[in-house]
Design a protein around this ligand. Sequence first.
Ligand SMILES: NC(=O)C1=CN([C@@H]2O[C@H](COP(=O)(O)OP(=O)(O)OC[C@H]3O[C@@H](n4cnc5c(N)ncnc54)[C@H](O)[C@@H]3O)[C@@H](O)[C@H]2O)C=CC1
Ligand SMILES: O=C(CO)COP(=O)(O)O
Length: 331
Amino acid sequence: MKVSVIGAGSWGTALAHLLGTAGNDVMLWARKPEVCEGINALHRNPRYLVDSSVSERVRASNDYETVLRGSQAVVIVTPSSIMRDVACDIRPFVSEDTPIIICSKGVEAGTGLLPVQVFEQELGNASRLAALTGPNHAEEVIRGIASGTVIASSHRDTALFFQRLFATDTFRTYVSDDVVGAEICAAFKNVIAIAVGASYGIGLGDNTAALIMTRGLAEMSRLVEACGGTAMTCLGLAGVGDLIATCTSEHSRNRTFGYRLATGTTLEQYREETHMVVEGALACKTIDFLAKAHQVELPITEMVRSVLWEQADFHEAADALFERSLKPEFY
Ligand SMILES: NC(=O)C1=CN([C@@H]2O[C@H](COP(=O)(O)OP(=O)(O)OC[C@H]3O[C@@H](n4cnc5c(N)ncnc54)[C@H](O)[C@@H]3O)[C@@H](O)[C@H]2O)C=CC1
Ligand SMILES: O=C(CO)COP(=O)(O)O
């Protein structure tokens, strides 16, 4: 099958490799010419996952028409902040019924829309749209380390199509019809990972990390339900699975960024150093927006937002969480 992968950061590169090793002809869209050259000439991405070789079935180009012409499936793996631009850019080259799966994790600024909702607005035909999310660090997937993921679509045939497309003997795919739940979990866990990383950064312990992860999961499920998703999704790979991976893994940029933030590094400095997207930094604002629209209280998310975007003091913000009124665990 000819598959187009849009975005050649870590995750796009790993997914292109996965699809190539499964026997597909993969066209990878990369923004930078040196990335195209590296993939085509040396089967390596010179900017991301530089130590891993990429399947020879992956070819790269910076031209959307070349990448998308004759494509039987489109995989979107760009940062969530440019979701709408990407949808508009690919629109002229994608037919009305080509299946599209979105693997980016975030919520659109200003609208509170989830990635699949943005694509539906720009490209129509929601039945061919899906989201892929789970505990999947690119560094491990490209090395064939056993991993699992969720493919969510409102249309069962679309979910099953992508389930088969991505499944390999080391990458296990599950389907779900809860697109809203899966995409909120995906964006949310990055915010909680920043909080966990920051708590380690100011010298707190594993008890604290477990507290933040568990209460973060409670926040996540409140928002999922308020937005029309299913709370059970939060207990699956998209929710607790990805939360564990992101809050505990050495590969996690959100967790690492949280640690570095608490120890004096700014977001700009971290981005400049790594060239990597830290989705949780934006998501703490966009999720807060969504929560206010649905009148859902998210104290940890609010704390991350105020520290990151309003220069609140992290110690004071953390203390404020302990000063909240005492209440039952589930309410
Ligand atoms: N890295 C991972 O292990 C995973 C990442 N994701 C998600 O996948 C999405 C992409 O993340 P990564 O591949 O990790 O990114 P990355 O941080 O490795 O690289 C960023 C990518 O975005 C591109 N980019 C940045 N600004 C751009 C712009 N204005 N226009 C076009 N391209 C632009 C860069 O050229 C680069 O290809 C994110 O939403 C992330 O949350 C999801 C699962 C795993
Ligand atoms: O979403 C991801 C892994 O599932 C990537 O985000 P982190 O690098 O913060 O873990």
